[in-house]
Design a protein around this ligand. Sequence first.
Ligand code: HEM
Length: 138
Amino acid sequence: MLTSEQITLVKDSWGKVVPIAGTAAGLFYGKLFEMDPALRPMFTSDMTVQGEKLMRMIGIAVDHLDKLDEIVPAVQELGVKHLDYGVRNSHYDTVGTALLWTLEQGLGEAFTPDVRKAWTEVYTLLASTMKAAATAAA
Ligand code: HEM
């Protein structure tokens, strides 16, 4: 569970990433494919558009941190969709590491240990909801 302090940390830090969302998305995919080049062929669409979709989805989640139940069905659907992309549970750890690394690059000193912990919590919540839905659908 996220505390209200963690929700504030995530919202404030995301506010600093939004103006550099395009750069952040580029950093994220660069890091992801460096960590696991086998993931690259899974992405067949335009990567700029894909980056925008990812940033939009994270933004929606950040906007709903105090009412996550409202987005659970959409997150579950996204998880099932990821099965068709060839995404497996183990890939979520790599994506989580690349995401935290990207936030660290974008936020610099503002990426404090508490901010890292709060983002880890948010990512874990999203990823576990997606994975559970995918496992149930497989
Ligand atoms: C919390 C975790 C994640 C979020 C929020 C997320 C978000 C998204 C979104 C919003 C889309 C676009 C869906 C659409 O077009 O309707 C997408 C597509 C995709 N995601 Fe994720 N994703 C996550 C985890 C992952 C993981 C772990 C992988 C593994 C590599 C992955 C690989 C992909 C691929 C391959 C596509 C399709 C790209 C294409 O159409 O070319 N995602 N993701």
